[in-house]
Ligand binder design. Structure first.
Ligand SMILES: [Zn+2]
Length: 99
């Protein structure tokens, strides 16, 4: 990164955190998996009917570290400001960090 770019990055207002951590519990073995979504690199733009960006979508398949090979599919949608609109897990469920 060039000096000026870095300076620009320092001067720009603080960005909302671009990495979101979340926890998913495997429905089969109960393992809680900590995962992260990089909101800058892992989101796909969704287009609305007027062909303008309507938000973002995120999809990831998680597999626990234990002996269980249950694939847990996480799908989330975001509004244009990258706030979560809906989220869904197949093969598991979202849990709060302290559970
Ligand atoms: Zn499992």
């Amino acid at each position: 990164m060039s000096f000026f770019k870095r300076l620009g990055a320092l001067l720009s207002p603080p960005q909302p955190s671009c990495v979101m951590h979340y926890y998913v519990r495997c429905r089969r073995c109960g393992e809680v998996i900590k995962a992260r979504a990089d909101l800058r690199n892992e989101l796909s733009i969704e287009y609305g009917e007027d062909e303008r960006p309507s938000g973002y979508s995120y999809r990831k398949v998680l597999i626990g570290s234990g002996r269980c090979f249950q694939a847990i599919e996480v799908t989330m949608t975001f509004d244009p400001q990258r706030r979560v609109v809906s989220r869904e897990v197949t093969g598991g469920e979202f849990v709060a960090p302290d559970e």
